[in-house]
Write a protein that binds this ligand. Structure first.
Ligand code: BYC
Length: 336
C-alpha cells in the first residue's frame, strides 16, 4: 500500500480572507487587502458624508451673526465647529483608502461628488436652527449610530466620536424649540412653520426607498450599511412622533397613524421627485452652497500654500541635519 499523500491545504485567497473577516464581524483596516468595489463604495460614502458636514455648516452659519443671545450664539458656534471637526475626521478616514482630500474637495466643488440633500434648503428663521438640531441631527443619529459598527475600521471609529457630538446637537435643538414653545403665540407659529418646511426633507435624508436604492444590497452584504434606507426612516419616525407631541407641534403628514399590529407609525410617501431634483443640483440653495464652498476654498489658497512652504522648509532643515549627522562620527559627537 502506498502511503496517502495529504493534499496541500490551499492557501486562503485574499478575497476569502476578506470575506471571513467581514463574516466574523471584525474590522477591515487600511493595509488589509480589499476588493476595489469595496474601496470605491467607502470612498464614495465617506466623501459624501465629509462634504455634508462641511456644507452643513452653511445653513446654520447663516444665523451666527443674528443669534438672539450670547448663550445661543456660543452654542451655535460650538455646533458649527463640531461639524468642521467631523468633516476633518471623515476626510482623514477617506485618505486611509488612498485618496487625497484636495482631490475630494475638487470633486465636490465641480459637482462630481454629492453631499446630503438636506443642506440645500434655506434657514428662514431662528426656529430653523432648533429644527435642524432636532430633526436633521436626529435623522443623522438614526443613520449614523449603526455606522459605528461599519466593517471599515477608520470610518467606524470616526463615527463613535461624531455620534456623541451629534446627540448634544440634537438636544440643543430640542431645548431651543421647547424654549420657543413656552414663548409667545408668534414664536409657537414660527416653530410650527419650521417643522412644516423641514419634516419631509428630513425623511429624504435617508435616501431613496429600498426599491430604488442601487447601493444598499451590496453595502449591507459588506456590512458598511447595517440597515436599509426604509428601516432607518421608520425608526426615525417612531422616535420623533412622541417628541413632536411633547413639544406641542404637529407633523405635516395626514397619513401619519399608529399601526397597532406593527407597533410603529405608518406615514406618507415623501415626494421622491423632489429628492431627485435636489440631489441633481436643482434644490432651492444648491448653487449658493457650492459657490460659497468654492469661494471659501479659493480664499483659503494662501493658507494651504503657506503650510506647504513651511512643511517644505522643515523637511529641508531635517535633511540638512541628517546630512550633518552622517558626516559626524560617534567619536566626534562625543567630543572625542
Ligand atoms: N442626499 O443607493 P443609495 C449631518 C444618493 S451630515 C444626497 O441609497 P447609499 C449634519 C447616493 O449617494 C449627514 N444624495 O445610496 C451636518 C447615491 O448616489 P451615488 C450626512 C443622496 O450610499 C451638519 C444615490 O443617491 N450623512 O448629519 O447606499 C449639520 C442612490 O442612493 C441622498 C451621511 O452622509 C441624500 N439624502 O445610501 C447637521 C451618512 N440619499 O453616490 C447635520 C452616510 C441618497 O451612487 N451615508 N443619495 O451617485 C449614508 O448612510 C448613505 O450614503 C445614504 C445613501 C443613506 C445617504
Amino acid at each position: 500500500m502506498t502511503a496517502e499523500v495529504a493534499e496541500p491545504v490551499p492557501a486562503q485567497t485574499q478575497e476569502e480572507l476578506f470575506e471571513a473577516v467581514i463574516a466574523a464581524e471584525q474590522r477591515i483596516e487600511p493595509r488589509d487587502w480589499m476588493p476595489d468595489a469595496y474601496r470605491a463604495t467607502l470612498i464614495r460614502q465617506i466623501a459624501q458624508h465629509a462634504h455634508s458636514e462641511i456644507i452643513g455648516m452653511q445653513p446654520e452659519g447663516n444665523w451666527l451673526t443674528r443669534a438672539p443671545s450670547l448663550r445661543r450664539k456660543a452654542i451655535l458656534l460650538a455646533k458649527a465647529q463640531d461639524e468642521a471637526g467631523h468633516g476633518l475626521y471623515l476626510y482623514a478616514a477617506a485618505e486611509t483608502l488612498g485618496v487625497d482630500r484636495a482631490e475630494l474637495t475638487e470633486k465636490l466643488i465641480s459637482g462630481r461628488q454629492k453631499y446630503s440633500s438636506i443642506f440645500n434648503y434655506p434657514t428662514l428663521t431662528y426656529a430653523d436652527v432648533g429644527v435642524i438640531g432636532w430633526l436633521v441631527d436626529g435623522a443623522a443619529i438614526c443613520n449614523q449610530v449603526p455606522l459605528c459598527r461599519c466593517s471599515y475600521g477608520p470610518y467606524a471609529r470616526a463615527m463613535v466620536r461624531i455620534c456623541k457630538e451629534e446627540s448634544f446637537h440634537q438636544r440643543q435643538g430640542y431645548e431651543l424649540l421647547m424654549t420657543l414653545m413656552r414663548g409667545t403665540e408668534a414664536q409657537r407659529r414660527m416653530v410650527q412653520d419650521a417643522v412644516d418646511r423641514w419634516w419631509w426633507p428630513s425623511l429624504m435624508m435617508f435616501g431613496p426607498s429600498d426599491g430604488d436604492s442601487p447601493n444598499t444590497a451590496r453595502s449591507m452584504a459588506w456590512r458598511i450599511k447595517r440597515h436599509t434606507n426604509d428601516e432607518l426612516r421608520r425608526r426615525f419616525v417612531d422616535m420623533t412622533v412622541p417628541q413632536a407631541e411633547h413639544l406641542g407641534v404637529t407633523l405635516p403628514d395626514p397619513e401619519l397613524r399608529w399601526n397597532e399590529e406593527r407597533g410603529g407609525w405608518d406615514f406618507g410617501e415623501p415626494d421622491w421627485s423632489e429628492l431627485t431634483r435636489v440631489i441633481h443640483g436643482q434644490g432651492p440653495c444648491n448653487t449658493q452652497r457650492i459657490e460659497r464652498r468654492r469661494a471659501a476654498h479659493e480664499d483659503g489658497a494662501w493658507v494651504r500654500e503657506a503650510a506647504t512652504a513651511y512643511a517644505g522648509k522643515r523637511r529641508a532643515e531635517a535633511g540638512t541635519r541628517t546630512a550633518d549627522e552622517a558626516q559626524n562620527t560617534p567619536e566626534q559627537e562625543n567630543g572625542k
